[in-house]
Design a protein around this ligand. Sequence first.
Ligand code: SF4
Length: 468
Amino acid sequence: MMKGTSDSSKSVLLLNPPGRKMYLRDNYSSPESKASYYWQPIDLLVQSGFLKNDFNVEVLDAIVEKKTNNDVLQLLAAKPYYSVLSLTGSASWPEDFELFEQIKQQHPQIILALTGNLPLFRYNEIFATHSFLDVVLLDYTTNDYQNYLLGKTELLQKIVYRTPDNKITVVDKKLPREFSFSVPQHKKFNHRLYRLPFAVRQPATVAIGSAGCPHKCDFCVASEINYRFRNTDNLIEELKAITAMGFKEVGFTEFMFEVNRHRALEICNRIIAEKIDITWSCNCRVDTLDEELLTRMKQAGCHTIQFGIESGDQAVLDMHSKRYKVTTARETIALCNKVGIRTFGNFILGLPGDTENNMRNVGKYARSLGCTNAVFSTLVPDFGTSLRDKVVQEGKMEDKLTTFSSTDKVFEKPLNGVTPDKLLAIRRKVMIDFYLHPKFIYDNFIKVKSFYELKAKVAFGLKMLTRI
Ligand code: SF4
C-alpha cells in the first residue's frame, strides 16, 4: 500500500472478467443474462467515482467487450497497474479464479481486490485457499478500497485484507445509514455495448439510490445486507451529471427504490422540479406503493417497475417471510396499469412449501395479475441467505463452494419434493402459458415506446423462445 498520498499516475483497473457465458456479477448477485441484456456493473461504477481523484482509473468489461483471459493479461503486461478490482460470483468463480491465479503469477506486485456475492459471504475460505487474493470489499458503497490503496487503514470500515506477514485482517464496522460518492465515471464504460432490460431510450446507464434491504425474505441476498440510503442531493447531482453526459435513461439497480416513501417522493419531486430529462426503471415491493407515489414516479420519468412477487400462495409467501398479502400484488399491479407504468414480475419456482399444482399455474397467475412481463426462476439457496442455512441443516444440500447461477439452477435433491426434471418441465409450461399468450405479445410488441425498445423486445422474445 502507498502511504497517505494520492497518485493519479498510478493506474487501477476495474475489471469484469471474461466468461464463457454472459455472467452478471454485480450487486452481490450472480445470474447469467438470459435474454442478451447486460448493464454496466454497478460495483465498478460506484468505485470509479471514489477513485477518480486519486488514481488513473481504467475499465475493462471483458464480457461485453468479448475479451479473453489472454487479452486481460496482455493489458496488464502493457503497463504497471497498481491494483485490479475485479468482480466475481457464484456462477463463474472457477473461471475467474483461473485468471486471478495467472494475474498474480505474472504480476505479483499488483494488489488484487474482489467484490461480489462469493467473496462477501465466503471470504474466509477464499483467503485460506487462494494466495492470489489481497483484498475483499464487504460493501462497494464505501470508499474503503480507495483508503486501502492510499494506506489510510485507520479509515477502513468494511473490508478484509491480507497483511504483508500473511495475516487476514477483517474490518467490519457499522456503517452510517446515509452514504454518498463522487459522480462515477460513466463514460469509461462503453454504453454502446450494454442493453438494459427495460430501457426505452438510449444511451442508458445504471445508478443506485440505496444499498441492501430492510426486509427479511429468507431466499434473498439483499436481506443480509444492511439497508442504507444515498444522500438525495448526491443522487440528484449524479442524475444531472449523467444527463449532461448525454444519457437519456437510467436503471436504478438497487434492491428497493421505495423503502422510505417520503424519500422516494422527494427524489421524484426533485427530478420534476429540476427538469432532469431522464426516463427510468426500478425495483419495488408491491406493498409500499400507492397511487400518489406511482403518479409522481411516472411524472418523474419512471416507465417500468420490477416486483418480486415470487408466488401466488399466501402460505408460501408467509413461510419465506415475504410479508405481503397476495391481494396487494393484484391491487398494486392494477394501480401501475392505471397510472401507465409497466410491470415486470419475478416469480420463483421450487420454494419449499410450494406445491406442484401452484407452480404449474404461475404463468397464468402472472397474466391474471396484469404483469406486462415476467421472469420465472428456479429457486437457488444463495450464499449468505437464511434459506441456505436451513436447507443445509436439513441435509438437503451441502454447504460447499459450487457454481450456480443465482436465478437458475436445479439442485439434485429437490427442496420441495418436486424432482429436478419435473421442475424444469413445470417451468417450461409456465413460460409457454405466459410468453405465448396474445396479451404478452400485445403488451410487449405492439405497445412499445420506441424503435430501440422494439428491437430489444424482439431480441428478448427470440431468446425466450429458445429457452422454452
Ligand atoms: S426479496 Fe425484495 S423485499 Fe425481500 S429481501 Fe429481497 S429485495 Fe428485500
